[in-house]
Design a protein around this ligand. Sequence first.
Ligand SMILES: [Zn+2]
Length: 185
Amino acid sequence: MVDEKKAAEAVRLLLEAVGEDPDREGLKDTPGRVARMYTELLAGMDGDATEHLSRTFSSDADGIVLEKDIPFYSLCEHHMLPFYGRIHIAYIPDGKVVGLSKLARTVEVYAKRLQIQEQMTGQIADALMEGFSPQGVMVIAEAEHMCMTMRGIKKPGTRTVTVTCRGLFDGGTELQNRVMQMIKL
Ligand SMILES: [Zn+2]
């Protein structure tokens, strides 16, 4: 849970530190507003992916299930600036499938926290493996990082892609290629 009172005090201090007057008209509600915003942006810290992923349906499907283009917004833990983009999740069921909205909910749990992209894809893949034991999982994230585009080396349009494979996808080049083909469709 975000301590909104403490966060608001910190924002007020930050405004002072950058040479602003936190009491001027336009800024007087900003500390409280920013504090409430962090409650929303970091809501995943209180989330539990296993809760979402335990709702499964029996199925004899054994082909690849792909949920693609799931949008996400996260904050990099190095600069607290947004990184955002799309996530694709592929899995091969082992007797059960999970509700499609639960995959997006799992993304929210791991995106809405201070994060690094490489770790996020791994956490999502592990949560799925533990949550409903599919035969394999592949998670691909493509994101633009504001800490690379609006500051530092300033390279807008640069996208970072991370991939994590578990189970049958781990070392299963043919399966991985099939997922890549399906993403392009
Ligand atoms: Zn960063």
